[in-house]
Design a protein around this ligand. Sequence first.
Ligand SMILES: C[S@@+](CC[C@H](N)C(=O)[O-])C[C@H]1O[C@@H](n2cnc3c(N)ncnc32)[C@H](O)[C@@H]1O
Length: 263
Amino acid sequence: MKKIYLIGIGTGNPEHLTIQAINALKMVNVFFILEKESEKNEDLVKLRKEILQRYLPNEKYRVVVAKIPERKKGGRELEVYKERVSSWRRQKAEIISNLINNKMVDEETGAILIWGDPSLYDGHIEIMNYILKRDMAKFQYDVIPGITSMQVLTAKHKIPLNYIAESIQITTGRRLKESQPDDVKNVVVLLDNYLTYRDFSDTDLNIYWGAYLGTEKEILVSGRLNEVINEIIKTRNEAKKKYGWIMETYILRSEDNEDPRKS
Ligand SMILES: C[S@@+](CC[C@H](N)C(=O)[O-])C[C@H]1O[C@@H](n2cnc3c(N)ncnc32)[C@H](O)[C@@H]1O
């Protein structure tokens, strides 16, 4: 039986791989690198190559690079967005099942290196299940957890994800837009291209913001949202212009004026 590993590789720092991930890398005969057709973000590809060179110096593996189509943009309504993501994932399932059928022989092990952790806003687990359910390829698969952008964010800001008995909400910019300010107590936001925190600038919320987390380009800003919002917008716009891409994650949190970390 063929075997596939979905390996969480963290979000930019090769030292964030777990020992389990490194041991899994050593079992792999073929790595599938899936690049978007107009991949401008060389850093994402670079990190994957750096990980392979660093942890597998003997180079006894194959690398197969496959182009994946760009997801159709537009349609801010949730239903339209969901349908576009589903149809994009179906296309990816076709591509991945062809790779498994044609680029591996029986008993071989393949892997896909997943940014951050495979369970957080990443479609590969669902794609694997989609392929297996439809018998598009035959294989077993395992998921190796990775360090998420959210965890790097809290570590770098030296904050817990939750204070005592506090709940945490994890959401996207798209969903945060639907929230009322009073509902926002402690929310981690990913996938926000819309600078949705601007909608909350007249609240008492604090923000812990990070871009390029785990990479050499990492930028951190934190403070009372209405005091640091202009700095965040200016910093992110300049960085995006300079590097051609940006990935940002932030926490919006209702906190007392007193820094709870000092209590
Ligand atoms: C498709 S999701 C993937 C999340 C990933 N699986 C994880 O565990 O963090 C992409 C989003 O993750 C966040 N992200 C990923 N890498 C990041 C990084 N290095 N710095 C800041 N945010 C990052 C951003 O919010 C980005 O829009």
